[in-house]
Write a protein that binds this ligand. Structure first.
Ligand SMILES: NC(=O)C1=CN([C@@H]2O[C@H](COP(=O)(O)OP(=O)(O)OC[C@H]3O[C@@H](n4cnc5c(N)ncnc54)[C@H](O)[C@@H]3O)[C@@H](O)[C@H]2O)C=CC1
Ligand SMILES: O=C(CO)COP(=O)(O)O
Length: 348
């Protein structure tokens, strides 16, 4: 007999809550005894999930399964959990893990849902998890793909990627989250899957800037496509696979995020394009737009690996107030002419 899954989801924002719903609906479909406990920072959010089975601040009008319980006591959520899911803002993860490292059961599989790069260390979230918890890559899973939370919460059919160095673990987690409306594929390329999710947020800021400036689809398609080229260069330099970048966690997520009005990163970019400063955009956003903070780390990581990322560089220039949005277009269009198909590190 296999042990029933006891899942703890750390972070009851849009994606943490939606992922808990997916796992609960998958358990229902698999007719297993799995339970899901969501940790919410605020007691009121936990109480609403327990009493009304809703989380109205993040997922308006979405009903959650009765298999999902919630608590604002993190130790209680983690108690005996054999699968721990992390869905907090990337820049807060290390401090959070530091606090709870002794409360995570040895042998638990830890899943990262986050799409950010740590500023200062340029570490991917799977690397932060490995550092802070001292666990093996076979225990660390990354879930990423074209996964706008609200669409999944509404049960609109969606595919995703479950990445782990150990393919058996990836398959086990994929089974655990395979809901009637959510289809996960496995992939052993953790680096490529994570880089796709991180960099698309920066490219979505650039596409949002185009929106803010009132530019049309040619401009946005050009940014998306060349954005994929620079994302691919970085992923390959770090050991990722070309095929991953053409898949759900690369092209798929880039297209979803850059096209959707639901995207927080694209929205933040639009506000930048409407001439708000990065500080003003930060104040206007009520949910996490990871690209606003990760962009600097992406550029730093690229420079350390001799990878050119002109779009990321221009976005960082705008965020830092060194480049105007009009100057951004001039800078990108003024570059030396190149072959399109060169995926080598040096140039674009
Ligand atoms: N919302 C989406 O559609 C998707 C989001 N993601 C990624 O998931 C991660 C989480 O994003 P969302 O759930 O959308 O964000 P959110 O802004 O909706 O929720 C963030 C959650 O983290 C908590 N939190 C905020 N500051 C914290 C801190 N200092 N310490 C601990 N917890 C804190 C908040 O209370 C909230 O529960 C991000 O890395 C994002 O890129 C990935 C795929 C889809
Ligand atoms: O990662 C996402 C979709 O896959 C969500 O994008 P935003 O964080 O820009 O809303």
């Amino acid at each position: 007999m296999t042990t029933p899954t006891k899942m703890a989801v750390v972070g009851a924002g849009s994606w943490g809550t939606t992922f808990a719903k997916v796992a609960a609906d998958a358990a229902e479909r698999n007719a297993d005894d799995g339970t899901i406990c969501l940790w919410a920072r605020r007691e009121a959010v936990a109480a609403e999930i327990n009493d009304s089975h809703t989380n109205s601040q993040y997922l308006d009008k979405i009903r959650l399964s009765q298999r999902i319980s919630a608590t604002s006591d993190l130790r209680e959520a983690l108690s005996d959990a054999n699968v721990v899911v992390l869905a907090v803002p990337a820049q807060t993860l290390r401090a959070q893990l530091h606090e709870i490292r002794d409360d995570i059961a040895p042998g638990a599989v830890v899943i990262s849902l986050m799409k950010g790069l740590e500023r200062g260390s340029d570490a991917r979230m799977s690397e932060v998890i490995g550092d802070e918890l001292g666990i093996e890559p076979a225990q660390i899973v990354v879930v990423s793909g074209p996964n706008l939370a609200m669409e999944i919460a509404r049960e609109e059919p969606t595919a995703s990627v479950v990445a782990c160095a150990d393919e058996e673990v990836a398959t086990r987690i994929a089974t655990l989250i395979s809901a009637p409306y959510f289809r996960p594929y496995t992939n052993a390329d953790v680096v490529g899957v994570e880089i796709g999710g991180i960099v698309k947020n920066v490219i979505a800021l650039a596409v949002g800037i185009c929106d803010g400036l009132g530019m049309g689809d040619n401009t946005k398609a050009s940014v998306i496509t060349r954005g994929l080229a620079e994302t691919t260069r970085l992923a390959i330099a770090l050991g990722g696979q070309l095929e991953t970048m053409a898949g759900l966690a690369g092209l798929g997520d880039l297209v979803a995020t850059c096209s959707s009005p639901l995207s927080r990163n694209r929205t933040a970019g639009r506000l930048l394009g409407e001439n708000l400063s990065a500080t003003e955009v930060g104040e206007a956003m009520t949910q996490t737009a990871e690209g606003m903070k990760s962009a600097h780390a992406v550029l730093d990581l690229a420079r350390r690996n001799d990878v050119e990322m002109p779009i990321a560089e221009a976005v960082v220039g705008v965020l830092d107030g060194r480049l105007t949005i009009e100057g951004m277009a001039r800078q990108l269009l003024g570059r030396d002419l190149k072959s399109e198909t060169n995926i080598s590190r040096e140039s674009d």
